[in-house]
Design a protein around this ligand. Structure first.
Ligand code: GLU
Length: 630
């Protein structure tokens, strides 16, 4: 398979005037430092892989990756070349951005089964070129009717440890992803669910080549996967993680997708797949001799039947002449990225050196996180002050706490919603980060755009594969505050959506898209999206540079977690003003990386640059329908 993507080399910096569309002509692009993209040689067909379960035609498998592509006719970026190719195929055949997004997401359910799939949920942001409107879908999981203050306690009333909850039926929420796909296609798509799932069915059946990331994620989950018989059967063939280069097939998932295509999402919400989900949650297929307790959950068929995807108004803030659109609660993505941008918007960052800009980025993020923790939950259950959190007045009361030459002492308390001056409210608790999830972006020839983040929560979700169905159930309910507190906006309640950090984002200028981006990474999603915007808009990096740059994530903890490359580069200067950095994870592990961005940047005359990570998560894959040099 040869994806017709181009690899752009992007030396030098480019100011944000380009992003604002002030002088974006072909000549200006070159003059502004974006060198013409060189056409990449057509990637060679991968060598026939050594297959655990018998070879399939190697040429049918997409393993070549491009971090950057430039061209017209539409674009896709995801973490995986098979998934990107599935989306591009749909676009080439005349499908639109939503058709491509569903095809890409479904393919990710096959090739990235530990990050996303029909057992999970997500949030989708859509830009409609015809109406120039941004709309969103909240496909977050919900807590079952049986959930309550004792959900995270054992029979003796003692709290389960977080590790015990992670691999349990107790943490499984009602999946939102199948309903999201169906709703997105009904509302904006041109394909049926069956057509959109077809490329993924093919990949599941013929198999994909196991890469380093899939292998490593399996190994990292091996101990708990062994404790669940269905999961061990699927993901540990012969008792071990599939070898790099072998072919992994998932015929059960192909059949699940076919059933969804034939019968619609109802087969999961009201039909036999739902029956299997409820049974599995209530009686997890724990292996003989399992070390983990694998507590059962209460999720029932009635919970599935009640599930609804929500059409939510997007969040919107103005930032340096741009409109930044994001996901409203139940995700905290839009309000937290938005509040931080509003805080940054009170400062003139132009002309500051990189370290000063990053100092402002870190403090804005810490302040916005304090408010997120104190005020954001599912708005169907708690009063979320979304308007205030996104108001410029509130941002000014927070921005005045930023000292230009000293790091903000953290944890810092949340802001007083009624304040006019620099006042704060009593402190609230802090919270950890996950590392899973996946983000994809698509655009079509008509100018429609999708920014979509989906997840099953942790890498490997609950660790529980539904028997015979080929997919893992989420453990999203661990995103509630697990120590029950009746005053916490993110306490667990029946039917409630746990607070998310997912932040699929679209940026427009005068009603036209200029950027689309998002990332996985638990609560670091928010800072990754924010930092990528700051890198692009304020530091003037090109989009590929903005994505590749080393990351730091300040979530209002005492220390700032940062990639080693960030610490090496900015640590000395930023420590001098009072920040303490801790490496985001042990070198060589997936935890060492913060986020995995995919993004698009739009240029006049339908040209688009698609960007994925060059290195993190083994690198992502960006492609366009018609590659062009600039
Ligand atoms: N469940 C997390 C959230 O919604 C995402 C998990 C992750 O990215 O690790 O915020």
């Amino acid at each position: 398979m040869t994806t017709s993507a181009t690899r752009a080399t992007t030396p030098g910096r480019r100011g944000w005037t380009g992003l604002l569309g002030v002088a974006v002509t072909g000549a200006a692009l070159v003059a502004g430092g974006l060198a013409p993209a060189a056409a990449a040689p057509a990637p060679a067909a991968p060598a026939a892989p050594a297959s655990a379960s018998g070879p399939a035609p190697a040429a049918a498998r997409q393993t070549e990756k491009n971090a950057v592509a430039f061209g017209t006719g539409g674009a896709v970026a995801s973490v995986d070349p098979e998934a990107t190719e599935a989306g591009l195929r749909v676009l080439r055949a005349g499908g639109n951005a939503v058709d491509a997004a569903v095809a890409t997401a479904a393919a990710l359910g096959v090739t990235e089964p530990y990050s996303a799939g029909v057992g999970g949920g997500g949030y989708l942001v859509h830009y409609d070129a015809r109406t120039r409107r941004v709309a969103t879908l909240d496909g977050r999981e919900t807590a079952p009717a049986g959930a309550g203050p004792d959900t995270f306690l054992d029979d003796a009333g003692k709290p389960y440890t977080f590790a015990q909850l992670v691999t349990s039926g107790r943490s499984v929420g009602v999946p939102g992803t199948p309903a999201t796909w169906e709703e997105a296609l009904d509302r904006w798509g041109t394909l049926s669910l069956r057509q959109a799932l077809r490329p993924a069915v093919r990949i599941a059946r013929r198999g994909f080549v196991v890469d380093e990331t899939f292998h490593r994620q399996t190994v990292e989950n091996q101990t708990r996967f062994r404790d669940i018989s269905t999961t061990a059967d699927l993901f540990l063939p012969d008792g071990d993680a599939p070898a790099v280069g072998s072919v992994f097939r998932n015929p059960d998932l192909a059949a699940t997708y076919e059933a969804l295509g034939r019968e619609g999402a109802d087969v999961l919400y009201r039909g036999r797949i739902g029956r299997d989900i409820a049974r599995t949650v209530q009686d997890p297929p724990t292996a003989v001799g399992a070390a983990l307790p694998v507590p059962a959950g209460t999720l029932a068929r009635a919970d599935l039947a009640r599930y609804r995807v929500l059409r939510q108004a997007p969040t919107r803030v103005r930032y340096r002449g741009l409109d930044v659109w994001g996901m409203a609660p139940s995700s905290s993505g839009g309000t937290t990225v938005g509040e931080a941008l509003n805080i940054l918007g009170t400062q003139r960052l132009a002309g500051m050196d990189d370290e000063q800009v990053l100092h402002h980025y870190l403090d804005a993020s810490a302040l916005a996180f304090a408010d997120r923790t104190a005020y954001v939950g599912d708005p169907a259950f708690v009063d979320v002050p979304t308007r205030t959190l996104l108001s410029r007045r509130f941002a000014r009361t927070r921005a005045c706490l930023v000292d230009p030459v000293r790091a903000l002492p953290t944890p810092t308390p949340p802001g007083d919603l009624d304040a006019r001056g620099c006042r704060t409210a009593p402190p609230a608790g802090a919270e950890g980060a996950g590392t899973s999830t996946t983000h994809l972006v698509t655009a079509d020839r008509w100018g429609d755009v999708v920014s979509y983040t989906l997840t099953i929560e942790q890498t490997g979700g609950s660790g529980i594969v539904v028997p015979g169905r080929g997919f893992l159930l989420n453990n999203e309910l661990t995103d509630f505050t697990t120590a029950y507190d009746p005053d916490d906006p993110n306490r667990i309640e029946p039917g409630k959506r746990p607070r998310s950090s997912m932040a699929p984002t679209i940026v427009t200028r005068r009603g036209r898209p200029v950027l689309a981006l998002g990332s996985p990474g638990g609560s670091t999603i928010i800072t990754t999206v924010l930092q990528t915007l700051v890198n692009r808009v304020d530091l003037g990096l090109t989009l590929p540079e903005a994505v590749a740059a080393p990351r730091a994530s300040h979530r209002n903890n005492a220390t700032v977690s940062a990639e080693q490359a960030f610490i090496d580069r900015y640590g000395p200067a930023l420590s001098a003003v009072g920040y303490t950095f801790t490496p985001s994870g042990a070198a060589g592990t997936s935890a060492a990386e913060i986020g995995a961005v995919t993004a698009l940047e739009f240029f006049p005359r339908g040209r688009v640059q698609a960007v994925a990570e060059p290195v993190r998560r083994g690198g992502g894959d960006a492609g366009v329908v018609r590659p062009r040099s600039r």
